[in-house]
Write a protein that binds this ligand. Structure first.
Ligand SMILES: Cc1cc2nc3c(=O)[nH]c(=O)nc-3n(C[C@H](O)[C@H](O)[C@H](O)COP(=O)(O)O)c2cc1C
Length: 325
């Protein structure tokens, strides 16, 4: 069991926000799976993302890896709140939900948070069972590079979360980070997050309760003949996904994701800021076996998550990761 601020994640395994946590059926399957300790939704926006045929995913043939060109969920925030309400009202499991959210501006993100806070306030038992994760790292949005690669763009969003946390410190807030590759990127992000630590009520507290490391690696290219169904694709395009470029995930990024988890866990543990030392890491990226789960834990992840394996195996993925299959 891992307690992240007010949410209790037990067992310490989750699905990552992804296309297989998109609709009611998928969320219900994840909620009822005994091997997940929390359900993370696909990233929602206020009104839903306009999805077309160019937004898709392909698996690779020689490794348990994926390339996807998806943006965010086509389902708007209110659809997720209605589905979560339905599942929570059935009351079959004490499992928490983490709503992954993002928006094109800090103002719109603020609207989303107000709506989520009203929803949490509408039932006292839901408060400690609904958290939010800010997806600051999707590499596939045209004209909107991931703000977590450019901290001046990230700060207005963090200001919104800081304000929401100041108003209600029971809100558990996570930050979904991209794979970083340069030492200064890790240090700069830590310094940026630490600047939000406040000591107003005695104990130093940071609005951010956890990091999820990592999102997919953007600008990756996979050809159609690297997928299990090359013929179906080569008729229309030489690429695995229509735009060509997409976000790489699965085994192909495992070493990089481990490196990110390891670096952040050391920097957090060594931080002079006690609030930073409280931040939990959810490790994701190429978690496809019980050995990979152990590697994530050794690197410093207290909770481990997967997306690509979920896409390949359905909820059976979590049985595989638990070592039960
Ligand atoms: C098809 C697909 C869709 C994804 N959609 C989202 C998303 O909506 N929000 C998000 O934060 N991450 C998204 N991700 C990234 C995953 O949450 C995860 O960070 C990444 O895939 C690494 O984990 P994996 O190697 O187990 O796939 C997506 C990944 C895949 C493969």
């Amino acid at each position: 069991m891992v307690l992240i601020r007010t949410i209790d994640v037990s067992p310490s395994m989750v699905n990552c926000s992804c296309a297989w946590a998109s609709d009611y059926q998928q969320l219900s399957g994840l909620y009822h799976c005994p091997h997940t300790g929390a359900v993370i939704t696909r990233t929602a926006t206020l009104d839903g993302f306009e999805e077309d045929e160019s937004h898709t995913v392909a698996f690779m043939k020689d490794s348990l890896s994926s390339l996807n060109s998806y943006g965010y969920s086509p389902h708007p925030l209110y659809a997720y709140l209605a589905w979560i309400q339905e599942l929570l009202e059935k009351g079959l499991s004490p499992k928490p939900f983490i709503i992954s959210i993002t928006e094109s501006s800090a103002e719109r993100l603020s609207e989303m948070l107000v709506t989520i806070q009203q929803f949490r306030a509408s039932n006292s038992t839901w408060r400690s069972r609904i958290a939010v994760e800010f997806n600051s790292s999707c590499p596939n949005i045209k004209g909107h590079p991931p703000p977590s690669y450019h901290l001046p763009s990230l700060k207005p969003y963090l200001d919104v979360f800081a304000k929401a946390f100041q108003d209600d410190s029971t809100l558990t807030i996570g930050l979904k980070l991209p794979p970083y590759i340069i030492t200064t990127q890790f240090h700069d992000l830590i310094e940026c997050i630490s600047s939000y630590t406040r000591t107003d009520s005695g104990n130093p507290t940071n609005p951010i309760a956890y990091f999820t490391c990592t999102n997919t690696l953007g600008n990756s290219l996979v050809f159609a003949d690297q997928t299990p169904t090359p013929d179906a694709k080569t008729d229309t395009s030489p690429f695995a996904v229509p735009p060509g470029l997409g976000g790489l995930a699965g085994e192909a990024i495992h070493a990089l994701s481990l490196g990110n988890v390891y670096t952040f866990s050391r920097l957090l543990a060594e931080s002079d800021d006690p609030a930073m030392r409280e931040i939990v890491i959810i490790g994701a990226g190429g978690v496809t076996s019980p050995e990979a789960v152990r590697r994530m834990n050794r690197a410093g992840a207290r909770i481990v998550g997967c997306a690509t394996l979920l896409g390949k195996e359905g909820v059976r993925a979590f049985e595989i990761l638990s070592g039960n299959l």
